[in-house]
Design a binder for this molecule. Structure first.
Ligand code: ZN
Length: 183
C-alpha cells in the first residue's frame, strides 16, 4: 500500500444505502442496496464481509461508478480508495468527530436553554413557602408586612439562583432601593 494517500481518500456517507436479508439457510441473500442499485452477497460473501469488518473495521462490498461501497457495521461509505484500514480509520474518525460535535451542540443548547430560563426564572412555590416562613412574612430590611416581594439576593442576571438561600422577602420600596443601588 502507498503511504501518504490517507489525506486523499475521499470518504462520503453513502446516503440511502442499507442492508437487507432475503431467503434463508444456503439460499440467504444479503442485499446492500444503494440509490444506483444493489450488491448481492450470498452467505459466503457475507461471512467474508463480516470477517473483514471484525478484523479491519470496514468491508468492501462492491464497486459501482468507479467507487467502492464500504460497510463499517453501522454505516455505509463511498470511497475511491481500496484500502480498508484507511476507510475504517476515516469512518471511525468521522464518527468520533460527529459525536464530539453532537455533545458540544447538546451542551450549547442546554446552556442557551438555561440562560433563557434564567431571564424569566420564577421562585418555585416550595421555595416561596420556605422563605416566607424563614423571613416571618416581613421585609428583611424594614420589617413591614406590606407589599412583599420575593427578591433574588444575587440577581439572576448576575448568576444567582432560585434556591432558598438566594431568595428573601423585600417590600416594594426596599426592592426598588436595592434595584437602584445595583443599577
Ligand atoms: Zn422594606
Amino acid at each position: 500500500m502507498a503511504f501518504g494517500t490517507a489525506g486523499n481518500v475521499a470518504l462520503r456517507k453513502a446516503a440511502g444505502a442499507q442492508l437487507s436479508k432475503r431467503g434463508f439457510w444456503v439460499f440467504t441473500e444479503y442485499r446492500y442496496e444503494h440509490p444506483a442499485g444493489a450488491f448481492r452477497l450470498g452467505a459466503h460473501g457475507f461471512a467474508r464481509a463480516r470477517r473483514a469488518l471484525d478484523e479491519g473495521g470496514a468491508a468492501a462490498i462492491g464497486r459501482a461508478d468507479g467507487r467502492t461501497l464500504w460497510w463499517t457495521g453501522d454505516a455505509f461509505y463511498w470511497a475511491d480508495d481500496e484500502d480498508g484500514e484507511q476507510v475504517a480509520l476515516l469512518a471511525w474518525d468521522r464518527r468520533r468527530r460527529d459525536s464530539a460535535r453532537i455533545e458540544r451542540l447538546r451542551k450549547q443548547r442546554a446552556h442557551e436553554g438555561a440562560a433563557g430560563e434564567a431571564r424569566r426564572e420564577r421562585v418555585p412555590p416550595d421555595v416561596r413557602t420556605a422563605v416566607w416562613f424563614r423571613d416571618e412574612g416581613r421585609c428583611v430590611e424594614c420589617d413591614t408586612e406590606d407589599d412583599l416581594q420575593f427578591d433574588h439576593v444575587i440577581p439572576i442576571a448576575h448568576g444567582g439562583g432560585s434556591a432558598q438561600a438566594n431568595v428573601q422577602l423585600l417590600c416594594g420600596d426596599c426592592n426598588r432601593l436595592k434595584s437602584d443601588s445595583l443599577a
